[in-house]
Structure formats: C-alpha cells, structure tokens
Design a protein around this ligand. Structure first.
Ligand SMILES: *Cc1c(COP(=O)(O)O)cnc(C)c1O
Length: 419
C-alpha cells in the first residue's frame, strides 16, 4: 500500500485549536495607533464577527459549518501517500509520507480557509471582499470560494507576478474575480506582499459592503487548515504507524505548516519543522517583536518573528514564502522551543524538487519544494544513523503554473545564493 484515502464523511467536522496547547498564552495584537490590545470593534471593519471570535478563541475545538463541509467535499479528504520510490532512491530506512493538498480546485491547501472565510462573510451580508496575492495562489483560492457564495472579489496582485505570471490571473478572472497590479499608486515598483496588503486594506476601509480576507498568518486561517493534520493523523493509523517522528512543511506565513503540524503539538515526541527560503529567513534570522503585517503600517501590530515591515525580499520563485513576518502562533512555538526552523537557498530546493519529480512523478510548487528538500535531508540523516524515522511532510501544492521556475533552474538562470 502506498496511498490511503478516507471516505467523504471522514472530513473533520471540527477544527483543532492549538491555543489551549501552547506552553504560554498568546500575546494579543496591538492597535497601530494606541498600542493597546485590539478589541473586536477594531477588527469589525475588516472581518465578520464569526472570524473575529475564532481569532481570539481558546475553545479546543470549533465546529465546521455544514455549508463549508459541502464545498470541502469537492476534493477532501485528500490522499496520504507513502513516497516509497523516493525512499528507495535515497537508500534510507526512513518511511516518508506526504499529504497531498495539490488536489484542490486551486491546486494548493489555500481553499481550506478561503471557503470558510467566504462563507462567514456571506452569512453576515457582506457582498464584496478584497485581498492581496503574491504569485496568485491565495487569489485563485479566494476567487474559487467567492464564486461558491456569489461574492464579488477585488484582488491586489504583486506587480512582478502580475506582469510575469499571467495564468493565475486568468484563473482568478475565470472564477469571476477582478485583478489589479499592486502597488496601485506606483506603477514602476515591483511590489511586495506587504504593499499589496496595504492596498487591499485601504480599499475595504471605506466601504460597508466590503471586508478584507487574509490567506495566512492569522489564527483563524491556521485553524481552518488543521483539517490537513487531523486527516493525516487518521491516515497514518491506517498505514500502521503510531505517530510520525517529524512533521515538515514550508513556511511563508505559516498556514500549511500550522495546518499539518498543530494537531501533533500535544504529542511531545513529534518534532515539528518549519522550512523557509534563505533569502527571506523570518524564523531563522528575524527577531521576535511586535510588527505591522503590511508595509504602510495600517494593520494591527502582531507579536511574531519579523524581518521588519519595510523588508522587501528578493524576487525568488517561491512567491508564497516572500513575507517579512510570520504567524504569531508559529512564532510562539519556535520561540518556546516546540518547533524547529531551517532555511535553504533556492538552488538546493530545486535540486530536491527535480529528484522528487523524477522518482515520484509529481512536480511540486516551489514553496512546497522547500519541504521536500528538508524531508530528503531528514531521510539522509536517518540513513546515516540507521534509524527507522517516520517522516510526514505536507505537499502544499503542485507546480504546473510555476514551470518557468523549473526552466530557470534547469538552464542555469537561478541567481547564486550563499548556503
Ligand atoms: C501560499 C503557499 C505556501 C506558503 O504559505 P503558508 O501560509 O506558509 O502555507 C506554501 N505552499 C503553497 C503551495 C502555497 O500556495
């Protein structure tokens, strides 16, 4: 057996809240003007009440609405695979499992939160959402979700991607979204996620019919992603494993990592590993501090690892990992020693992605390839020590709209990075 599926009625009907399992209670976000903890009223212009409630909840489980389950059922539960061909190629005694989130309509894990976010906004009478997107994965996920609930969507897309990567824009437009290049007021600037967040928040601030939606970082986003880890836990049992020794995922804002890893936080023997690009090393080189989520300083201040809200990362191919900050929940776990973090240069990441594609067949998104790099290194370390390590990684998305990145790698056009 190399693939474990679950029946349609085994989609988790409650999300797992990691907050009661943290070593210390989380610090609150602060108001950007007063530096006092933000209250529900401060967030009400941006988010529906249900999501604000989830953002601050300490309940261990939160029910998934039936309307959300009906849409998740279009592709969930997702399969768990064992990468036996990769194990054989590496000659490792490790057993490598991966959760395949690339089978969603948008090709990544992001619809897991886009769907509930669109649902709660529609339920509150909101008719239009704004958001930012980097390479376009979050924008496509939200455009798909908005189409399910008849919501209008305005996407601010980082200009470098808008100009160079048209296909996700076309996908967003196919699902009915409107897409504009960001920053809107500076047509010569290549843009950044932080600047696109500023554009999206400004648009929504003046309108009562409009809310804002964020694809990562916030507590409610990571909460919605825990369906990944909950399903994986059940599937590993079917595969005859008790628990993994290590759970690995790429980390941009932390949502696919939180999704696969949080359900394992209460299991003390399970190591948790975040993988980030060396060119945007938030967890490995940033400082833990309060910082803005966006470039202009419009969002609340979040307690997180940050490179500074004015940090403009170099334009590497893993667009989804180019964010100056990180989820406060992930940041707290790293600070308190419950989670580890590692950074890789993109050349070594693509070497791993090509090896994986060669033996396992799948062409991964450049973000996801970071998790593959770390997985291969864990498996080689297990070979070194002769350990039967069980590795679970999250296959966060496919790379079919990122083939130009593979083209650059295969033809020696990736810039040299140290490491
Ligand atoms: C957006 C994205 C990521 C990074 O975002 P997180 O919030 O850190 O998960 C990773 N992989 C894929 C495929 C993505 O689309």
């Amino acid at each position: 057996m190399t693939r474990w599926t679950l029946p349609l009625d085994r989609i988790p009907d409650a999300w797992f809240n990691v907050v009661p399992h943290l070593p210390k209670p989380p610090q609150p976000p602060l108001h950007p003007g007063t530096r006092e903890p933000v209250g529900p009223d401060d967030l009400a212009p941006l988010f529906p009440t249900a999501l604000i409630g989830q953002e601050v909840s300490a309940e261990p489980w939160i029910d998934v609405p039936g309307e959300v389950l009906d849409i998740l059922r279009l592709w969930r539960p997702t399969p768990l695979h064992r990468a036996v061909r990769l194990e054989r190629a590496l000659g490792t005694p490790a057993r490598i499992y991966y959760k395949d989130e690339s089978v969603s309509p948008a090709g990544s894990h992001k619809p897991n939160t886009a769907v509930p976010q669109a649902f709660y906004n529609a339920q509150e009478g909101i008719t239009r959402l704004t958001t930012e997107t980097g390479a376009g994965q979050w924008g496509t996920a939200l455009a798909f979700a908005c189409a399910q609930f008849d919501l209008d969507l305005q996407v601010y897309m980082v200009r470098a991607s808008f100009d160079q990567k048209p296909y996700r824009r076309v996908a967003m437009e196919t699902w009915g979204g409107s897409v504009v290049a960001s920053p809107v007021d500076d047509p010569d600037h290549p843009g950044s996620l932080g600047a696109a967040i500023s554009d999206a928040v400004r648009d929504c601030a003046g309108r009562s019919d409009t809310h804002y939606a964020l694809g990562s970082v916030l507590n409610h986003v990571l909460l919605h992603q825990t369906v990944i880890g909950l399903e994986a836990k059940e599937q590993l049992q079917l595969a005859g494993e008790r628990l993994p020794d290590v759970v690995i995922a790429s980390c941009g804002g932390g949502s696919n990592l939180g999704g696969v890893a949080f359900p394992f936080v209460p299991d003390p023997g399970v190591r948790l590993l975040a993988v980030e690009p060396m060119s945007c090393p938030t967890l490995t080189k940033g400082r833990f501090d309060y910082d803005f989520g966006d470039t202009a300083g419009l969002t609340p201040l979040l307690p997180m690892y940050t490179l500074g809200h004015d940090f403009v990362p170099p334009s590497i191919h893993a667009g989804g990992l180019r964010y100056h900050g990180d989820s406060p929940l992930i940041s707290a776990l790293v600070r308190d020693g419950r989670m580890e973090a590692v950074a890789y240069p993109q050349g070594r990441v693509f070497d791993a992605a090509v090896q994986f594609a060669t033996v396992e067949g799948r062409i991964a998104a450049p973000e996801c390839a970071h998790a593959i790099r770390a997985t291969i290194d864990e498996a080689l370390a297990a070979k070194e020590t002769g350990e039967e390590r069980v590795i679970l990684f999250n296959y966060s998305g496919h790379g079919f709209l990122d083939l130009s990145a593979y083209d650059d790698h295969l033809h020696g056009r990736l810039p040299e990075e140290q490491g």
